[in-house]
Design a protein. Structure first.
Length: 235
């Protein structure tokens, strides 16, 4: 099957922005979706709109392909979650071996609702930035989970969805390199300046790799990836 349309799970962070660039390069019509689950880093919902504006402005070859944006209210997820992404608590590892940034069911719910929107909008591919290489131990980021979701959603909606995971087997340094290959230095600069990844929602502190507190797990991961990328950028 030749795929021409895609829906990108777009939070406005480094990973999802790179995935969006990948989709805009690959597909003729691309829409975006985000979820407001009362996350502590709620500022990402504002940052993502700036990223979309900058992509349209800086990449005229992609602008005609970038279609409707969707934001769904998932307050119920925040209400049932007791995690450091939805409560004012410090980051730590739980007895289960998972970090307390893990929001149980989050990606499963995100994918189900994204598929429902894709069904309505007649979009064939669902693109998400989940990753096994640099992931924080989240079981809903695994390749097996995504394959299972693809099968369940395709069967349950009687529509053959493709779930695409461009970052599944690459680390953060390689994600920076992928962004550079897709959009050159302009896309790298856009990601640094306008995307948001920090779990604490810090937009006050500017680092070489972008804005953030510099200490939360997301900032530390992004910073390490940036250092490795700068040490050996794309050829």
């Amino acid at each position: 099957m030749h795929h021409t349309t895609a829906l990108v799970l777009f939070s406005g962070g480094q990973d999802s922005t790179t995935c969006l660039a990948h989709a805009l390069q690959a597909y003729e019509r691309v829409e975006t979706i985000a979820f407001d689950y009362r996350q502590r880093h709620h500022v990402e919902l504002e940052a993502r709109l700036k990223v979309l504006d900058e992509i349209r402005r800086q990449f005229p070859q992609w602008a005609p392909r970038l279609g409707q944006d969707h934001v769904l209210d998932l307050a119920v997820l925040g209400a049932v979650s007791e995690t450091s992404l939805t409560r004012d608590m410090s980051f730590k590892m739980e007895a289960s071996g998972l970090p307390n940034t893990f929001v149980p069911g989050r990606n499963l719910l995100f994918m189900t609702l994204a598929a429902a929107v894709a069904y309505r909008r007649d979009l064939q591919v669902i693109v998400t930035g989940v990753c096994e290489t640099d992931f924080s131990g989240y079981p809903d980021c695994r390749d097996d989970t995504m394959k299972a979701m693809q099968l369940a959603l395709s069967l349950g909606m009687d529509k053959r969805f493709l779930i695409e995971t461009p970052l599944m087997w690459i680390d953060k340094a390689e994600t920076w390199r992928l962004a550079e290959r897709l959009g050159g230095q302009a896309l790298v600069d856009l990601i640094v300046e306008h995307t948001h990844t920090c779990y604490l929602g810090d937009r006050a502190h500017r680092h070489a790799w972008g804005y953030g507190c510099g200490n939360c797990p997301a900032c530390e991961l992004r910073a390490r990836g940036w250092e490795r990328y700068r040490a050996a950028p794309s050829a």
